[in-house]
Design a protein around this ligand. Structure first.
Ligand SMILES: [Zn+2]
Length: 317
C-alpha cells in the first residue's frame, strides 16, 4: 500500500493549543473495515487523545438497505482489537449526545430541516433520477451529479406560506453561485463553487431518507465535534456542509482530510481488496504490527515497527 505523505507529517506534528472538544469516527456498517478505514480512525483517535478530547464512535446507518447491525458489531470488535477505545457512542450508545446511530436521530434532522425551511431556501423536487441524469453535461465524468435546478421556484427565498414540501417529494436547498473557501488542516486552502460543484443539493430524499450532508452537520454540531478527520474523497463536499453550518448557526469544526490508502495498483482500497480487510489482517498480523505501519504512514512515527496504539498518545515525534 502506498500513500502520499505530503503535509500529513506536518499535520501530525502540529498540536497547537487546541481546546478540548471531540473527534469522531463515523463508519457506515455496510461491510468489514479495511486498512483505509482504520487509517482514518487511527489518525482521528491519536489527534483526539493527544489533546485530551472525547472520541466518539457514530454509526452512519442512514441507508437501511445496506446497513447491518452485524457489521456495526464487527466494527466495534475490530476497534477494540486494535486498541482504539471510544468515550461515547457505538451500538450500545453510551454518552450524553446519543443516540449514536443515525437511523435513530430523525427528530434532530427534522428540527434542522424546519429551521432551513424557515429561511425560504428549500423547495420540493419531483425529478426522477433519469430526469437528472438527462441534464448532466458530458464533462462531469467523475460521477458527480450537478442538479440543474429544474424544480427551483422563480423566487428564492420563497415567500411565507409556500414552503411546505409534501410527503413523497424530495427536498433540496438553493445554493449561491459564489466561491466558498476554507482551509483544510491537511489539504490547505480549498475553494468550491456549490452552484457548479453540485447545484441545489438534497436534504431529504423522496422516500423520506435523510441526506448525508444534513445528517453529518447536525450530528457533528450536536455532539460537540470540533475536529473531523476523514478520507479526502469528501474534501469538496465540505463546502456543502459549511454552507449548512452557516445557515443553521452552528460553529463549524476543523476539517482534516487524509489521503485515501491505495492498493498496489494505485486504486483506492475497497471491500474487494481482501488482503486489506480486517478479517485478513487479524488472521495474519498482530494489532501492534498494523498500528505501527499505519502510524508511520500518518507521520506519527519515523519507522513502521510494531507499537500499541496507547503509546502513540505520548510518543514524541
Ligand atoms: Zn427537480
Amino acid at each position: 500500500m502506498t500513500i502520499s505523505l505530503r503535509k500529513l507529517t506536518n499535520f501530525a506534528a502540529e498540536m497547537k493549543g487546541q481546546t478540548k472538544g471531540a473527534g469522531r469516527f463515523a463508519p457506515s456498517p455496510t461491510g468489514r473495515m479495511h486498512l483505509g478505514n482504520i487509517f482514518t480512525a487511527l489518525v482521528s483517535w491519536v489527534r483526539a487523545r493527544r489533546r485530551g478530547a472525547r472520541w466518539i464512535l457514530r454509526i452512519e446507518d442512514l441507508d437501511p438497505g445496506r446497513s447491518r447491525a452485524e457489521w456495526a458489531r464487527l466494527i466495534e470488535d475490530d476497534l477494540h482489537w486494535l486498541g482504539l477505545d471510544w468515550d461515547e457512542g457505538g451500538a450500545e450508545g453510551r454518552g450524553d449526545h446519543g443516540p449514536y446511530c443515525q437511523s435513530l436521530r430523525g427528530e434532530f434532522y427534522e428540527e434542522a430541516l424546519r429551521r432551513l425551511t424557515a429561511t425560504g431556501l428549500t423547495y420540493g423536487c419531483t425529478c426522477r433520477r433519469a430526469d437528472i441524469m438527462a441534464t448532466q453535461a458530458p464533462h462531469q465524468s467523475d460521477g458527480r451529479i450537478v442538479y440543474a435546478g429544474t424544480c427551483r421556484p422563480a423566487v428564492i427565498p420563497r415567500p411565507e406560506g409556500e414552503r411546505s414540501v409534501p410527503d413523497g417529494v424530495a427536498t433540496r436547498i438553493w445554493v449561491p453561485d459564489r466561491d466558498i473557501t476554507f482551509t483544510d488542516e491537511i489539504c490547505g486552502e480549498t475553494t468550491v463553487n456549490l452552484a457548479r460543484h453540485c447545484g441545489d443539493f438534497l436534504l431529504r430524499r423522496a422516500d423520506g431518507a435523510w441526506a448525508y450532508q444534513l445528517a453529518v452537520v447536525v450530528d457533528d454540531a450536536l455532539m460537540g465535534v470540533d475536529e473531523v478527520v476523514r478520507g479526502d474523497d469528501l474534501l469538496l463536499s465540505t463546502a456543502q456542509q459549511l454552507y449548512l453550518y452557516d445557515l443553521l448557526g452552528y460553529r463549524a469544526p476543523r476539517f482534516a482530510h487524509v489521503p485515501l490508502v491505495r492498493n498496489e495498483q494505485g486504486i483506492r482500497l475497497s471491500k474487494r481488496d481482501s488482503s486489506a480487510s480486517m478479517e485478513y489482517l487479524r488472521a495474519h498480523h498482530t494489532p501492534e504490527e498494523i498500528i505501527g505501519r499505519l502510524a508511520q504512514m500518518a507521520g506519527f512515527r519515523p519507522d513502521p515497527s510494531p507499537v500499541n496504539a496507547k503509546s502513540l498518545i505520548t510518543d514524541s515525534l
